[in-house]
Write a protein that binds this ligand. Structure first.
Ligand SMILES: Cc1ncc(COP(=O)(O)O)c(C=O)c1O
Length: 457
């Protein structure tokens, strides 16, 4: 009798599955290291743990690209999915709404604009949203919103910024690697300003924006409050308030991409709350559902009303799976759980503790470490003593971490930043072991890299 697929999985191991994958997946999707050290093949996950086809267990310090904010397959989420499956598995997006979508839109307004406005006697404003499927779609809805609300085509984004890889989002994602191969098909409406790392950099940003503004009709400024894929870069405290004022002065929309930073990741519900800034539009995705492709572009109600005319039958932005019932139900449960367990508060405490522990690591010979972050969005940048990025060391160290049972990703254009974005429920013991192991793996990787390429130590 043929073995069940799952039984075969356990006997085949990671290598066997990766060979099958390589036969059928287009070559550019999954990086498979020739030495077999990367990647592993997942079969299940729960809380902070992931298991591979060989039955090995890993601490997931990525939260699966920052999605599993309350842990993988949290019991509350699984219950919500089960309940939803008993009634409605598919809806009709922009034509016949379902109740979960209405409830989610109300909640998105409540946790964003209604929470941010109305203090001190000011008017409480609503948020109105367009739902999408992926993060980049939320960004593209925001770009369309800016074009329609201001009539101006240009968008200022930031060096190192990542907003996804759809043809619209590619215009504002900075890294050349992603857009260059498609350049001839892109209508470029994005321009870039430096992303400041320190207060001293603000002058340069200001001059660049003034220059761009003189030459181009700028409808929006799009920014991640903390750059994630750009290498966990935290701007100085005055940056976002300054950008807010700049946008107000020039009639441009301030669009915050909180796809990575939202839902408690940085120790507040949204990262903009650290800086006291209310955007015109906010993009949400990833942890919104905890594990379902659903995203949202939420704008201040007056902005959305000026951008989007009432539908006369055909929506200007929608898709077949818009506002998927399972995704909406999961998002409602995820928001409830994050609030009930005050996971944003936990991220603030654990993140501070993690950064302190990482700062205690003694750099391997010939290397320098810099630790930065906000809440549980933490990066350890590794440089050689000549200042160059220690990419080879970081990549080697992360493969060693995988062998030791820790999932981590490199971030930054040079892939020399070890990023920690674990579930906010991660245990202190798990983090403690990870920090110790990382110190050792970086030491081992530094020694191995020096042996192999002495001139690149
Ligand atoms: C800040 C930010 N914006 C947008 C995206 C794109 O989201 P998605 O991959 O769901 O399209 C990402 C993904 O990492 C992101 O970090």
């Amino acid at each position: 009798m043929e073995p069940m697929e799952s039984e075969r999985g356990m006997t085949m191991g990671n290598r066997g599955w990766l060979e099958r994958l390589r036969e059928y997946e287009a070559p550019n999707v999954t990086f498979v290291d020739a030495d077999g050290g990367w990647p592993i093949v997942w079969v299940s996950a729960r809380g902070e743990w992931v298991w591979d086809v060989e039955g090995r267990r890993y601490v997931d310090l990525t939260a699966g690209f920052g999605v599993a904010m309350a842990g993988h397959r949290s019991p509350a989420l699984v219950r919500a999915i089960r309940a939803q499956l008993r009634s409605l598995l598919h809806g009709m997006g922009d034509v016949h709404p379902h109740v979960g979508k209405v409830e989610l839109l109300e909640q998105l307004s409540r946790i964003t604009f209604e929470r941010w406005t109305g203090q001190g006697g000011g008017r409480r404003l609503r948020g109105r949203a367009v739902l999408g499927c992926t993060g980049f779609e939320a960004v593209e809805i925001a770009l369309k919103t800016a074009q329609r609300a201001t009539g101006r085509p240009w968008v200022v984004a930031f060096e190192g910024g990542y907003h996804g890889l759809g043809y619209g989002a590619l215009n504002v994602t900075h890294r050349e690697l992603f857009w260059r191969p498609f350049e001839s098909q892109l209508r470029r409406f994005g321009c870039f300003a430096p992303f400041p790392g320190r207060e001293e950099d603000l002058g340069r940003v200001e001059r660049c924006l003034s220059r761009l503004q003189r030459r181009r009709a700028i409808g929006a400024v799009l920014v991640e409050p903390v750059q994630g894929r750009g290498g966990i870069r935290v701007p100085p405290a005055s940056f976002l308030p300054w950008l807010r004022a700049w946008c107000d002065r020039h009639g441009a929309l301030l669009i915050l991409d909180e796809i990575f930073t939202g839902f408690g990741r940085t120790g507040r519900w949204f990262a903009c709350e650290h800086f006291g800034v209310v955007p015109d539009v906010i993009c949400l995705g990833k942890a919104l559902t905890g594990g379902f492709p659903l995203s949202a572009c939420v704008g201040r109600s007056d902005v959305m009303e000026s951008a989007w005319p009432p539908s006369a039958g055909e929506a200007l932005h929608t898709s077949t799976f818009q506002g998927h019932p399972v995704g909406c139900r999961m998002a409602l449960e995820q928001i409830r759980e994050l609030e009930r367990r005050d996971l944003a508060g936990r991220a603030a405490g654990m993140g501070a503790w993690l950064m302190e522990r990482l700062r205690g690591l003694r750099p391997a010979p010939g290397l320098e470490y810099e630790v930065r972050g906000l809440g549980l969005m933490v990066g350890l940048e590794v440089r050689r003593s000549d200042g160059g990025p220690a990419t080879a060391v970081v990549l080697d160290a992360l493969k060693r971490m995988l062998v030791r049972g820790f999932l981590l990703l490199p971030e930054g254009a040079d892939a020399n930043v070890v990023a920690f974005t674990p579930p906010l429920t991660v245990s202190r013991a798990g983090l403690e072991r990870a920090v110790r192991a990382l110190g050792e793996c970086l030491d081992e990787a530094a020694r191995a890299t020096t042996r192999e390429r002495p001139d690149h130590a």
